[in-house]
Design a protein around this ligand. Structure first.
Ligand code: DGY
Length: 319
């Protein structure tokens, strides 16, 4: 029986499955572990299930020690991991791809529609009791139908997000490292360079991984290159956007609005962001549906079970 540590409570069912054959300990607190707790709790484990809020670097890997064969990240992103350090120590790292594409793409649409039609603003207005009846110029918003949708990053989530644009008869343009002729055929999307993406998008949604080359993919210059009526959506990773530059741009009307699920310094928001009416905010909940979070747990647990049984995991990210 191996010894597995889980850094935060997950959906119960996969943990029960894991507990049938292994000794499982779970962080008892309803919060992320502190650095000290993490270093202490991983010691001597055979496997660890981690979250994107756990920074897993050489120090943590060394604290876990040579018995530890796998860190299974309960997320598709793994920018919380020092992958080279794990690989150098022979530790397997896995993620949870595939199962959260639809939920995340749908959440990006929820933010886009809420920003375009000013849903949080109108909700707050009604609750404040200030509504005195229908008015022709009240809360005018942006048309989504027939607008140009820009997609940065045409991976699994970006593709599902772009595919849903058909419901609104939109023109879809996208930018990525390489064009995807198959996607263009299926979805009628057009590959463009970054400058065109910024210049022509009415709504621009980010679906890029966070890498050294994608940090601040949107900064002050990029915001200035966008339409003054444009809306920026980010469900990828917070540091894709220079959040201070975004606050300044939203305040000055450089772009019209934004919908953000992720932030540069989670859980902190950039100064001034929360005071803006033209931004819709969500607390990194793009994958937060019952079915998706359960599916993520199943993958993490299956990977742990495979590795502990001497089998390759299904979603290894080591090179
Ligand atoms: C991920 O999986 O990377 C998301 O950010 C959280 O589900």
């Amino acid at each position: 029986m191996a010894n597995v540590y889980v850094t935060r409570m997950l959906p119960q069912e996969p943990l029960d499955v894991l507990g049938r054959s292994h000794d499982v300990s779970i962080n008892p607190h309803d919060r992320a572990l502190t650095r000290e707790e993490l270093l202490r709790e991983v010691r001597g484990r055979d496997a660890v299930i981690t979250l994107l809020t756990d920074t897993i670097d050489a120090q943590v890997l060394d604290a876990a020690g040579p018995r530890c064969r796998i860190f299974a990240n309960y997320a598709v992103g793994y920018n919380n991991f020092d992958l080279d350090a794990a690989t150098a120590r022979g530790v397997i790292l896995t993620n949870t791809p595939g199962v959260l594409d639809e939920a995340t793409a749908t959440h990006a649409w929820a933010l886009l529609l809420a920003a375009a039609r000013r849903i949080p603003e109108t909700d707050g207005f009604l609750r404040s009791g200030r509504w005195d009846g229908w008015g022709p110029l009240q809360f005018l918003g942006l048309d989504v139908d027939h607008a140009t949708l820009g997609v940065a990053g045409l991976g699994r989530i970006g593709s599902r997000f772009a595919a849903k644009a058909a419901a609104f008869d939109m023109r879809v343009i996208y930018h990525d490292v390489n064009p995807s002729p198959e996607f263009e055929r299926n979805c009628g999307a057009t590959f463009v360079d970054k400058a065109t993406l910024l210049r022509e998008s009415d709504f621009l949604s980010l679906h890029l991984p966070l890498l050294p080359g994608t940090r601040h993919f949107i900064g002050r210059e990029e915001l200035a290159a966008m339409k003054p009526t444009a809306v920026l959506i980010n469900t990828g990773r917070g540091p894709l956007v220079d959040e201070a530059a975004l606050v300044a741009a939203l305040r000055a009307g450089v772009i019209r609005g934004a919908g953000l699920d992720v932030f540069e310094e989670e859980p902190r928001l950039a100064p001034g962001l929360a005071a803006l009416d033209n931004v819709v905010l969500a607390p990194h909940t793009a994958s937060a549906t019952f079915r998706t979070r359960l599916a993520m747990g199943r993958i993490a647990v299956e990977n742990v079970l495979s590795v502990l049984a001497g089998q390759p995991p299904s979603t290894c990210v080591n090179p």
